[in-house]
Design a protein around this ligand. Structure first.
Ligand SMILES: *[C@@H]1O[C@H](CO)[C@@H](O)[C@H](O)[C@H]1NC(C)=O
Ligand SMILES: *[C@@H]1O[C@H](CO)[C@@H](O)[C@H](O)[C@H]1NC(C)=O
Ligand SMILES: *[C@@H]1O[C@H](CO)[C@@H](O)[C@H](O)[C@H]1NC(C)=O
Ligand SMILES: *[C@@H]1O[C@H](CO)[C@@H](O)[C@H](O)[C@H]1NC(C)=O
Length: 470
């Protein structure tokens, strides 16, 4: 081991572009950062714009992301992770420091358009037991006080993203919705406080998980299309679980006198791998149908005015815990190298295809690509391939040290991406080697209609290799 493999340079890029249908409330998505090699934030911001996303949700106040979003025209929801709740709840001074550092600072010094703060993330998840039950409300109060003190009480709204098991229905019908009895009082306190301060409620809805949890779940019901066997609730006919779930919450709110409480969908999406029903076809079908609804300004039967919908997620995160399932790392519309998984968009774009235009955006650094020609790296099935890939791949991509991809001299250096379906060599990114992204003017001149172009840099192909080549 230890033989230095030379670094190779390639130009490679994948790109997608969208011609925006201007107007409307626009598109929103989540930008998660749990990656070993996160895409450079300025590129992500460009991607967001090219796809027409004008709202983005961050799970925490990441400095790179918040700076890159400055003066981008994109509205930002900044999350506060659950682990910070106790400290924010314990002293208003901590909340003020958080607000100063993570909100005011970016608004005034970077022109970041922060519109809301998401306090905690699904704090009432049954898995957490009651871990955050006592801190969420005081944290919420302290953050509100901090925002008001900073003069941002009106400009920056607060919300708490809750998971859908905060409410339930015994009849199975949305009209039967009510809050879990043990949370009823707390939910009332929270909702009242949110309402009094002009905030909103945020709910995460996952038809994929509903389908996964129940083998007899009708597939079409997950995909907005159970017209054959809809759920009939009085005069309302539900053809999809997304609306039914949302309306269960609306019923619970109505029953408690909060029928007008604004509700935003904080997360909804479909993964592309890691589960039998997680694949590109399903993800494309679900997300495209969701997108069509958003573009059409469709609400639910009980609430006709559409809510903001934050799609989960923009990019795969290869460092997320797989505890909930192997699909956790595959929620992205884009792969974690920024490559497009499937055409996604609306308006004129839908008739085009991703990758129709290719342009070079930056120079890429390719690490060693190793071919496992024998031994334990040979794996037959695609499934195993992925598992193995994850295991072997990750630690080695952390630093891309010289020789890291040597694999005891079984590595082969290549200048071309050796991927052949279904075997795909993951491409990772070494930001240190990244060249400054080129200006997009070139493309504008050749394609005036295109609003802009995004290209994802593909930097390091890091080895692993399990697709054996005999
Ligand atoms: C700002 O947010 C980051 C990311 O969540 C956190 O690590 C940091 O402690 C926060 N700063 C303050 C002063 O609370
Ligand atoms: C919904 O299902 C019908 C037939 O049951 C089919 O014709 C239609 O294309 C489907 N629509 C979507 C969006 O899947
Ligand atoms: C990466 O390299 C840096 C500097 O050489 C080192 O400090 C750090 O611990 C390394 N990280 C990992 C995950 O190996
Ligand atoms: C590397 O290859 C040599 C010779 O085939 C072998 O003896 C050694 O155990 C291998 N080392 C590792 C870490 O696989």
């Amino acid at each position: 081991m230890g033989q230095i493999q030379s670094f190779l340079f390639i130009f490679l890029c994948v790109l997608g572009y969208v011609e925006l249908a201007k107007g409307g409330s626009g598109l929103a998505c989540n930008w998660g950062l749990q990656s070993t090699h996160p895409l450079p934030p300025d590129i992500v911001v460009r991607v967001l714009k090219e796809y027409g996303f004008n709202k983005v949700k961050l799970f925490e106040a990441d400095p790179g992301a918040l700076k890159a979003l400055g003066r981008s025209g994109i509205q930002v929801m900044v999350g506060i992770p659950n682990y910070m709740l106790a400290s924010l709840a314990s002293a208003v001074g901590n909340a003020e420091a958080w607000g100063q550092r993570n909100v005011s600072n970016y608004i005034s010094n970077h022109g970041t358009d922060i519109r809301s703060v998401a306090i905690g993330n699904e704090p009432f998840l049954r898995d957490y037991k009651d871990l955050f039950v006592n801190t969420i409300f005081p944290a919420r109060q302290n953050i509100q006080a901090a925002l008001i003190k900073a003069g941002l009480g009106k400009q920056v709204k607060a919300t708490i993203p809750i998971n859908a098991d905060v409410y339930q229905t015994d009849s199975g019908l949305p009209s039967g919705g009510y809050f879990r009895p043990e949370l009823q009082n707390l939910m009332m306190k929270i909702i009242k406080f949110l309402q009094d301060n002009g905030g909103f409620l945020t709910i995460n809805i996952y038809p994929f998980l509903s389908m996964k949890a129940d083998p007899s779940f009708p597939k079409e019901y997950a995909f907005f299309n159970n017209t054959a066997k809809p759920l009939v609730d009085g005069s309302i006919v539900y053809t999809n679980v997304y609306d039914a779930n949302f309306d269960t919450l609306i019923s619970a709110l109505e029953k408690n006198g909060f029928g007008h409480m604004p509700v935003v969908i904080g997360e909804v999406g479909w993964p592309t791998d890691g589960d039998p029903s997680a694949n590109i076809k399903n993800a494309k079908r679900f997300n495209q149908a969701l997108l069509d609804r958003i573009v059409q300004g469709q609400g639910s039967p009980r609430r006709r005015t559409p809510s903001d919908v934050y799609i989960f997620s923009l990019i795969d995160e290869d460092h997320k815990s797989t505890l909930p399932g192997n699909f956790e790392r595959h929620w992205g519309i884009l792969r974690y190298d920024g490559g497009i998984k499937y055409p996604f968009g609306y308006g004129k774009w839908t008739s085009r295809r991703a990758g129709q235009r290719r342009q070079v955006f930056g120079q890429a650094m390719v690490c060693d690509v190793a071919f496992g020609r024998r031994g334990p790296q040979h794996v037959g099935s695609k499934h195993h391939l992925r598992l193995r890939e994850r295991r072997l791949h990750q630690p080695r991509t952390m630093n891309q040290s010289k020789g890291a991809c040597n694999f005891n001299n079984s590595a082969v250096i290549t200048t071309v991406d050796p991927s052949k379906p279904p075997c795909r060599f993951e491409i990772m990114i070494d930001i240190r080697k990244q060249k400054k992204v080129a200006s997009p003017t070139v493309y504008r001149s050749s394609a005036a209609k295109i609003q802009g172009i995004f290209a994802a840099l593909i930097l390091g192909i890091v080895g692993l290799v399990v697709c054996d080549v005999h």
